[in-house]
Design a protein around this ligand. Structure first.
Ligand code: GCO
Length: 256
C-alpha cells in the first residue's frame, strides 16, 4: 500500500528552472517516481542537454523553453503543451535567482528582477496550471519552492527574502482557493544546499564553517536530500496536506 501512495505513474510534472541545480534534481526524482516530466529553462542548449541526459535514463521528458517572468511567454507555453496533449498534473515552481547586495545599493531594476523571477513567476505559472487542473476536474499538485528565508532573514539577500516570504503565504493563498478542486498546494524550504547558486558560499571558508556550525546535521544539504520531500508532496500520500511549508534544512531553523 505504501509504495502505491508514492507512485506518480500516469502523471505529468512541470518543474520550472529545471535544466540544472535543485530543479533538475526535483525533475529527476519525480521521473524516478514514475512521472513524465516537462523541463523548463530559458537557455535552449542547457535545456536540450538536460533533456537528453534524462531521456537516456529512460524517462519521458518534454521540453518547455520559456521565460517564467514573461506573462505572454507563459501563456504561449501552456498553449503549446495543450496542443501537444501534455496535461500538467504536478507543478513545481522552482525557478529562482539570487542577488547578494546590501539593500541601500540595490537598484529598482535589480529588486524587480528577483521578485519577478522568484515570486511573480509562481503566480503566472501557477495560474495557468490551476486553470487547466480545475477545468479537467481531476485535481493536481502545486509545490512552491521557498527557502529558510521564507522564515528568517540574512543580510544582503533582501529581495530574495521578500520573494521567498511571499512564496510561503502565496502557497497558503493558493491552497485557500484551489483545495476544493482537489489541488493540494504546499511548499518546500530547502536549507543550505550545495548548488551553483550557493557554490560561492561553499567556497568561502568562514561561511562554510558557519553553515556547518549552525546546522545540527553539521553539513550542507545535497539536491537529493530535498527531492524526496518534493516527491512526497507530489504524491497521493500528501493528498490531505495543504498550505504547508516543509523545511529540508538539517535542523538549522530549529536551533539557536
Ligand atoms: C544565501 C543563500 C540562501 C540559500 C537558501 C537558504 O545567500 O544565504 O543563497 O538564500 O540559497 O535560500 O534556504
Amino acid at each position: 500500500m505504501s509504495q502505491k501512495m508514492f507512485d506518480l505513474g500516469g502523471r505529468t510534472a512541470l518543474v520550472t528552472g529545471s535544466s540544472r541545480g535543485l530543479g533538475k534534481a526535483y525533475a529527476e526524482g519525480l521521473a524516478d517516481a514514475g512521472a513524465a516530466i516537462v523541463l523548463n529553462g530559458h537557455d535552449a542548449a542547457r535545456l536540450a542537454a538536460t533533456a537528453a541526459e534524462l531521456r537516456a535514463k529512460g524517462y519521458t521528458v518534454h521540453e518547455a523553453l520559456f521565460d517564467v517572468t514573461d506573462e505572454a511567454a507563459v501563456t504561449e507555453a501552456f498553449a503549446k503543451l495543450d496542443a501537444q496533449g501534455v496535461a500538467v498534473d504536478i507543478l513545481v515552481n522552482n525557478a529562482g535567482i539570487q542577488l547578494r547586495k546590501p539593500l541601500v545599493d540595490l537598484s529598482m531594476e535589480e529588486w524587480r528582477k528577483v521578485i519577478d523571477t522568484n515570486l511573480n513567476s509562481a503566480f503566472l505559472v501557477g495560474r495557468e496550471a490551476a486553470r487547466r487542473m480545475i477545468a479537467r476536474g481531476r485535481g493536481g499538485k502545486v509545490i512552491n519552492i521557498g527557502s529558510l528565508t521564507s522564515e528568517v532573514a540574512r543580510a544582503t539577500v533582501a529581495p530574495y527574502t521578500a520573494a521567498k516570504g511571499g512564496i510561503k503565504l502565496l502557497t497558503k493563498a493558493m491552497a485557500a482557493e484551489w483545495a476544493e478542486h482537489g489541488i493540494s498546494v504546499n511548499a518546500v524550504g530547502p536549507g543550505y544546499i550545495v548548488t551553483e547558486m550557493t557554490q560561492p558560499l561553499v567556497d568561502t571558508p568562514s561561511f562554510d564553517n558557519w553553515v556547518k556550525q549552525r546546522t545540527p546535521a553539521r553539513r550542507w544539504g545535497t539536491p537529493a536530500d530535498v527531492a524526496g520531500t518534493v516527491i512526497f508532496l507530489a504524491s497521493a500520500a500528501a493528498d490531505f496536506v495543504n498550505g504547508q511549508i516543509i523545511y529540508v534544512d538539517g535542523g538549522m531553523l530549529s536551533v539557536l
